[in-house]
Design a protein around this ligand. Structure first.
Ligand SMILES: *Cc1c(COP(=O)(O)O)cnc(C)c1O
Length: 461
């Protein structure tokens, strides 16, 4: 060990007093300076460096650590998984058209609660509520922060202290932190389980009503399906039963299309209109699942119930922010015109892509990648893509992917290096190949992927 060199390392106080760090949080500077100096000392001890940087260079080193720390956090990523509503990747992407429409609202002042015509105070949600009513045929509507909040608000207002009947087959858990029995307990409602996990009949609900149930709840089994010897009661049958007994039906639909998905050749999934048409008194669903908009909870139904929910103090607690309201408005406006929606709402365009289209896109992308990594095996293969986000667990989306077998690095190393790209690229591994699915790529992603693979190819040779 070179003691003379060690002694040349600037001390902590010298660093802390430097102009570069003026006005910065002292504890943070200390923490990073310590990390930097410790690293330096280690390198000197290990004989890795023969000259110690001066105080100015050390300060630059600390600033670099700061910049690295500042880059941590949420970043844009490239989703090459073919899973459209990828829960870990932020669910629905807004796309350029919707983003541009909300950008002005978010970057400056907006007419959020201002009526431009009269110059007086306006309602932040009047327009979005009108649009939700229009898309669903409901009498009244409201938007809250997310669907968990929507369910919680509906139960808190309409079911507090009451017995609520729900099928044992519908006691769902979504993403770990949303579990129907727990939400219900928290809302003050009393859970009355009816039927069995695989089979629930109308007579089970009748018995529950005889036993004092004052509300029926139907929950969409978003992320699983009960197959085989099974039976469940439709929303329509439940609504008829509920209304015959003078109690309301709440239907947590989880995820709804804002336009008829059949128009785009998508089969499976519900529209909000189907929920209202079934006769449910209140429906709710997420804004950032098949609706393809911002994170939100959308509630629609009978005016009497919605008005009560709006007056509940919880409504303020779970209210949607201006970005949400504005994005939701713009999405639902685009959805008035199916062709425009298909073009501009990414979730719709991604799900509507046909297998032939995807095959062509995979071929084009494979060509670019082959050119960037000529020594690697690059091919295309059929895939089974997914809607994801617990929205259409039973619907298949046949697609195509570029499949890559890198050489000079392992598959897991390749996957990791793609993930650590300046814009992280998330892909699937299957059958010892890496798959890149064009279905979920946004504009420009293909070029970025090819360029990054070119870099990695260069490293591997
Ligand atoms: C997704 C989902 C929720 C939760 O919605 P968030 O918008 O994530 O809060 C609740 N219920 C059902 C049936 C769902 O599918």
């Amino acid at each position: 060990m070179d003691n003379k060199l060690i002694r040349k390392i600037p001390n902590m106080n010298t660093l802390l007093e430097r102009e570069e760090f003026r006005g910065m949080d002292r504890e943070r500077v200390k923490r990073l300076a310590r990390a930097y100096l410790d690293g330096l000392r280690e390198n000197v001890t290990a004989g890795k460096i023969s000259e110690v940087p001066d105080a100015a260079a050390c300060a630059r080193g600390v600033l670099e650590l700061m910049e690295r720390e500042d880059r941590e956090g949420i970043r844009g990523v490239i989703n090459a998984t073919g899973i459209v509503l990828h829960t870990n990747l932020g669910r629905a992407p807004l796309g350029e058209t919707l983003y541009k429409a909300v950008e002005r609202v978010y970057s400056g002042y907006s007419s959020l609660e201002y009526d431009v015509e009269s110059g007086e105070r306006g309602s932040r949600c009047a327009q979005v509520e009108k649009l939700i009513c229009e898309m669903s045929g409901a009498e009244a509507a409201m938007a809250v922060n997310n669907n968990a909040a929507a369910v919680f608000l509906a139960l808190s207002e309409l079911a507090k202290g009451k017995k609520v009947a729900i099928s044992r087959g519908e006691l769902v858990e979504i993403g770990g932190s949303f579990r129907i029995p727990e939400i219900m307990a928290q809302s003050g409602a009393e859970l009355m389980e009816v039927g069995c996990t695989n089979k629930t009949r109308l007579s089970d609900y009748e018995a529950a009503l005889d036993g004092g149930a004052e509300l029926l709840l139907k929950v969409h089994t978003s992320n699983y399906r009960i197959v085989g010897f099974s039976a469940s009661v439709t929303a329509k049958e439940l609504a008829e039963l509920a209304h015959g007994r003078g109690v309301p039906l709440i239907y947590d639909m989880g995820s709804c299309f804002a336009v008829d998905p059949g128009l785009f050749g998508i089969n499976g999934g519900h529209t909000a209109r189907e929920g209202i048409d079934s006769g449910a008194d209140v429906i709710c669903f997420s804004g950032d699942k098949l609706t393809g908009s911002a994170q939100a909870g959308i509630i629609a139904g009978r005016r009497e119930y919605i008005s009560r929910m709006k007056k509940n103090p919880l409504a303020r607690v779970v209210r949607a922010d201006k970005l949400t309201v504005s994005a939701l408005e713009q999405t639902l406006k685009l959805c008035r015109y199916p062709d425009t929606a298909r073009k501009n709402v990414p979730v719709l365009s991604m799900l509507a892509r046909t297998s032939e289209e995807l095959k062509r896109q995979a071929e084009e992308l494979a060509e670019k990648i082959s050119a960037a990594a000529p020594g690697w095996s690059v091919d295309i293969c059929p895939t089974s893509d997914e809607a994801g986000g617990g929205s259409l667990p039973a619907t298949e989306f046949p697609g195509w992917a570029v499949c890559i077998e890198p050489k000079g690095m392992t598959l897991t190393e390749f996957e990791r290096l793609m993930r650590l790209s300046p814009t992280p690229i998330v892909l699937r591994l299957h059958d010892s190949r890496a798959l890149i699915s064009p279905r979920t790529l946004m504009r420009g992603d293909g070029e970025e992927i090819a360029a990054r693979i070119g870099e990695l190819y260069g490293i591997s040779c």
